[in-house]
Design a protein around this ligand. Structure first.
Ligand code: AMP
Ligand code: MG
Length: 319
């Protein structure tokens, strides 16, 4: 049986809800990347996410909720969390907070930690599914662990072709944001940035003051999004390219495109970083079909969301 890609308009969404209630998985569009969704209160369903993605069980999942009031049912909000939620939810910001005693969300989703990562997504289809389900959804990116993130339904299809889950992919077209959410740890004082994303550190600091520096320890991974190799294509990736060979694909940036590549895609001809984020994974998928010896990427400036883009590129280029 192959996975169905369905339009949210053609399909009564209760089909998707019924799959979740039965403890199976669906893929849903969000404003960041496609998510592999399960009922977060169902241990077996959450376990299916880890199995399908081949995700290490030490890597916790983000819980998606309908609103901030609901989030407070599961995690301990403090003043900083309330301010950030008010400023950025719904939107691409994930808060890591302590689990409340008796929290109904599967412990597996926390991967053995006392904390839980929560977010209220902005995408209207995701919101409708979460509010119709009336339960929180655990939803990591809908791709095999470590591989390129999916920003279109066909990326999800390619990643899980031939598997028994997800039962369906809700087609919301291309994701607007294109890279994963910013993750902030509010367990620490000051708060720390665990993963850069579409909401910048400057935006967060303007609300809650300076973020602390993360102390990375070898034996304890605070946030597995920090894994050195992650979000990676099969093809070798070369960063900050200022020349390109005729057997390489080029991901260009700006007007001054390097000549000589076997194929060139421009991440943004107008040097717009929001456009780069939206195009990044889709363009990597397109040139990662084994057609080229390597993928060369021109330098992307380290400002604003360029920081998150360079974070993903660095992990994607790791051997
Ligand atoms: P993904 O779901 O693939 O977008 O990845 C979720 C990101 O959030 C990963 O980098 C996780 O390590 C991080 N994360 C989720 N839950 C927690 C948590 N309780 N503590 C720290 N990081 C978390
Ligand atoms: Mg992921």
């Amino acid at each position: 049986m192959s996975i169905k890609i369905v339009s949210p308009f053609a399909l009564p969404l209760h089909n998707a809800i019924n799959i979740l209630l039965a403890g199976d998985l669906i893929a849903i569009p969000t404003e960041t990347v496609y998510g592999l969704a399960a009922d977060a209160t169902n241990d077996q369903a959450v376990a299916k996410i880890f199995a399908l993605k081949n995700r290490p069980t030490f890597n916790p999942l983000i819980i998606h909720l309908a609103d901030a009031v609901l989030a407070e049912e599961y995690v301990m909000f403090d003043e900083r969390a309330r301010l950030l939620a008010k400023a950025f939810w719904p939107g691409p910001l994930t808060l890591v907070l302590a689990r409340k005693p008796g929290c109904a969300i599967s412990l597996l989703a926390s991967a053995g930690l006392n904390s839980l990562a929560v977010r209220v997504p902005a995408d209207p289809i995701a919101r409708k599914i979460i509010s119709d389900l009336k339960r929180p959804i655990a939803a990591p990116s809908a791709n095999p662990s470590g591989s390129l993130s999916p920003t279109r339904p066909e990326h999800v299809f390619k990643g899980f072709f031939g598997q028994s889950n997800p039962k369906l992919i809700v087609d919301g077209g291309a994701c607007q944001g294109g890279i994963e959410s910013t993750v902030v740890n509010l367990i620490t004082e000051p708060a720390t940035l665990l993963r850069p994303g579409l909401v910048s550190s400057e935006q967060i600091e303007s609300i809650i003051g300076p973020l602390g520096t993360l102390i990375e320890s070898d034996n304890k991974i605070l946030s597995p999004g920090q894994l050195l190799k992650h979000y990676a294509p099969q093809t070798k990736l070369r960063l900050n390219a200022n020349t390109v060979a005729n057997d390489e694909a080029l991901l260009a940036f700006g007007k001054a495109v390097l000549p000589g590549a076997a194929k060139t895609l421009n991440l943004s001809a107008t040097s717009n970083l929001v456009e780069v984020a939206a195009n990044l994974f889709a363009m990597l998928h397109e040139v990662d079909q084994g057609q080229f010896r390597a993928i060369a990427v021109m330098k992307i400036p380290m400002r604003g969301i360029g920081i998150a883009i360079n974070d993903r590129l660095k992990r994607a280029a790791q051997d």
